[in-house]
Design a protein around this ligand. Structure first.
Ligand SMILES: [Zn+2]
Length: 261
């Protein structure tokens, strides 16, 4: 199991990579997003990024901005979102990231219940497009469980029967019934062969709080036992606490829990 650190896109990117190195994480999950990690900025700092990654022996995966609109009912907005997605994937490929994770559309409520089929079809079409684009550049495309209203368990089943892409399993998101309608065991059981990356953060089961590991209500002992049975890959701590040193506590907790799981 490898533990990763995610940059805060509001901070200077190179300083964030130094932080990942100083915190002795195994890899960086570079989120390529507004304002300080835009694709153009990542490409402009390509050499410095790769130098820092090698100085600290950090592996690299990437994450896209979560506020793109790949299923927007407005074609011009959807097309612009896909263009931005392509820029993110190109930037990730330029710095030799192995994989890139995307979320589903963040505004499912613009569709009425009876239009859900349209939302899901547009999402699957968008994923198909981004997945092919990533594959052509040598990157593995992952879609993350994020919000069942936008793209839920049954939608993932349909997606994987139509598109050959992978999945990032977010342990925090499937602990919030209002956000997701299935639990960790369901995802692990059903999508075993698709899950190639994991996000870990805590919450109290109501809001997507992105707390440090052990600071919310997730039963990590049980969750990691389930996960470890079939997974031994990269886990990014998506702890969004303002105190960045909280990452160290989360990392330690995760290592100890994993050891005993
Ligand atoms: Zn996540």
């Amino acid at each position: 199991m490898l533990i990763g650190f995610m940059n805060n896109p509001n901070n200077e990117l190179l300083k964030e990579i130094e932080l990942a190195g100083e915190f002795e994480s195994d890899f960086l999950e570079l989120t390529i997003e507004y304002p300080k990690s835009l694709p153009s900025l990542v490409i402009a700092s390509k050499k410095e990024i790769n130098d820092l990654l090698s100085t600290y022996s950090l592996g690299l995966v990437s994450h896209a901005a979560w506020f793109l609109f790949p299923a927007s009912p407005y074609d011009s907005i959807r097309n612009a979102s896909l263009k931005e997605a392509e820029k993110i994937i190109e930037a990730a490929a330029k710095i030799n990231a192995k994989q890139v994770t995307f979320h589903s559309d963040p505004m499912p409520f613009v569709y009425k219940r009876e239009q859900r089929e349209i939302l899901v079809s547009r999402t699957i079409d968008a994923i198909d497009h981004m997945n092919s684009f990533a594959k052509n550049l040598g990157l593995t495309f992952c879609i993350e469980n994020y919000n069942a209203a936008s793209f839920g368990f049954a939608d993932f089943q349909r997606l994987f029967s139509e598109v050959d892409c992978k999945m990032t399993l977010d342990v925090g998101h499937c602990h919030i019934p209002q956000i997701d309608n299935r639990y960790l065991a369901d995802y692990l059981g059903e999508f075993k062969d698709r899950i190639i990356h994991v996000h870990a953060h805590d919450n109290n089961g109501e809001k997507d709080e992105h707390l440090g590991i052990g600071n919310g209500g997730i039963d990590w002992k049980k969750s990691l036992k389930l996960l470890k049975k079939q997974y031994d890959g990269t886990i990014t701590v998506e702890d969004h606490s303002s105190n960045r040193k909280q990452f160290l506590l989360s990392k330690k907790a995760l290592e100890e829990l994993w050891e005993k799981a």
